[in-house]
Design a protein around this ligand. Structure first.
Ligand SMILES: [Zn+2]
Length: 478
């Protein structure tokens, strides 16, 4: 269904939203036209409930009515979609992504990358290492010239050592200058990686407060989780948590966060985890109000469970992976698995990270779903669905897992007026599913259609978006 071409109510210019709430403006195009999906089960994500036999009316890209079908009047001019037997959830947010086009392949493929995300139900994402090109990309998405998720942009990575798309800061004054620059350029976040000693870290955090830009990312071992929580930094990958839950009696201080993973000796630390500390730091995380994006799937599969070449090549993700990166990651995988940690320690690694996630959620902390695609063979969108499965495997309910990809990201991004739930006034960012995700979280992958700002993307169009990406990115082969 292409409402924009068929509906009489076309080309309504949207008045810009009042600018009193920064960050609340819609970051994507809204499609003109009126349509309704009828007799569908709506999972609005306003609470752990579903509304059976419901009708949702969309006008000019926004939801104008939601309710029991018998109570909703569908305008006569509206196109109708029969939703019987189907389930409607809010569009999904992937809170940790990168693009191939950030450096490894040409910028012009970015639209195909974003297209795959949308085809897989991702209607908002945060690019975790920003480049200047992303601002242009964001404008293209906002104007509707590129069909992509709404974009939030983190800065180039702040680090103490040169890296790809990095901003090297080694002194407090350089750190302050860099933070101001990122705020002036319009990045949404300052992204930290590693080698940032406490004085530099504190300079970043205090300048970021002055500039009203938030700090997100990794936690340097010298900084530690306690300092990051005190600073209100949003933490990715549960970085440095494993180090912070080592028993006092442990003979080591290093563990396997980040690059520590690649040092076999560090895995011994998994024998010295203090479970009481796990629960304690989870509670502290919740009380600090710090959102956590654990990216469980990529770490679990790449470094603990392992993935056979056969498994990797059989996934749809493989088809959109540039040949150069296939070679690179296959080599890295081979090297890592030539001398892996014991199975017992790898199992413990998964258990501890899962326990952290569940304990944070149980303590009232906010978990956000992030895929870290396209790292380690994991492709756009598909891996967000896997991450929801990983959150449920960690002990979250399907509702909690869905919240991690809908209302929690919207909350964190201060975009709740625009998206995150299915409610009147919100953008029509929706995913229509063939089966109930609250019964089995894997059902988020059974997509019938995606709606992006009111634009209906059916199975055929989704297929074309993925096929085009395979051709432009994966070289058409597999
Ligand atoms: Zn990342």
């Amino acid at each position: 269904m292409r409402t924009s071409l068929t509906c009489a109510l076309v080309a309504v210019t949207l008045s810009p939203l009042p600018s009193t709430l920064p960050g609340q403006a819609s970051r994507g195009a809204l499609a003109p036209g009126t349509w309704a999906i009828t007799d569908v089960t709506v999972i609005p994500m306003t609470g752990d409930t579903a509304i059976p036999d419901a009708t949702v009316v969309v006008r000019n890209g926004r939801i104008v009515e939601v309710g029991a079908t018998r109570n909703v009047r569908v305008p006569s001019e509206a196109r109708r979609v029969d939703g019987r037997g189907k389930f409607l959830i809010p569009g999904l947010a992937d809170m940790h992504t990168h693009l191939y086009s950030d450096g490894d392949v040409h910028d012009s493929v970015a639209k195909y990358e974003l297209g795959v995300m949308v085809a897989n139900g991702v209607t908002a994402t945060r690019l975790m290492i920003g480049t200047r090109e992303h601002f242009g990309l964001r404008r293209e998405v906002e104007s509707g010239r590129i069909v992509g998720p709404q974009l939030w942009l983190a800065s180039p990575q702040f680090t103490g050592k040169e890296d790809a798309n990095s901003r090297v800061v080694t002194t407090p004054s350089a750190a302050r200058t860099a933070v101001k620059e990122m705020a002036d350029l319009g990045y949404d976040f300052v992204k930290l990686t590693l080698f940032l000693p406490p004085p530099v870290y504190h300079a970043i955090v205090s300048e970021a407060k002055r500039q009203r830009i938030r700090v997100v990312g990794h936690v340097d071992p010298e900084v530690g989780v306690a300092r990051a929580l005190a600073a209100g930094q949003q933490i990715e990958h549960l970085d440095n948590y494993l180090e912070s839950v080592l028993a006092d009696s442990a003979p080591m201080r290093s563990s396997v966060s980040d690059r520590g993973l690649f040092k076999l000796a560090n895995w011994e630390s998994l024998d010295y985890i203090d479970d009481a500390k796990v629960d304690r730091i989870a509670g502290e995380t919740a009380r600090a109000g710090v959102y956590s994006c654990p990216t469980l799937t990529v770490f679990k599969k790449a470094f603990a469970l392992g993935q056979s070449v056969e498994e990797i090549e059989s996934r749809p993700d493989w088809s959109i992976m540039p040949p150069g990166l296939r070679t690179l990651y296959l080599g890295a995988r081979e090297k890592y698995w030539s001398n892996p940690a014991t199975e017992a320690r790898r199992t413990r690694y998964v258990q501890v990270r899962d326990r952290l996630v569940k304990a944070i959620a149980d303590s009232g902390g906010k978990i956000m779903a992030g895929s870290d695609t396209p790292e380690w063979f994991f492709g756009y969108g598909w891996t967000l669905h896997r991450e929801l499965g990983s959150l449920v495997a960690a002990g979250l309910t399907p509702f909690q897992a869905l919240a991690a990809a809908t209302r929690h990201p919207a909350d964190f991004l201060r975009a709740t007026r625009e998206w995150g739930t299915i409610e009147v006034g919100k953008r029509a960012d929706l995913v229509l599913l063939a089966a109930n995700p609250l019964e089995d979280i894997r059902n988020t992958g059974r997509i019938e259609a995606v709606v992006l700002g009111g634009r209906w993307i059916d199975a055929a169009e989704r297929g074309r978006m993925i096929a085009m990406a395979a051709e432009r990115l994966g070289g058409g082969g597999s």
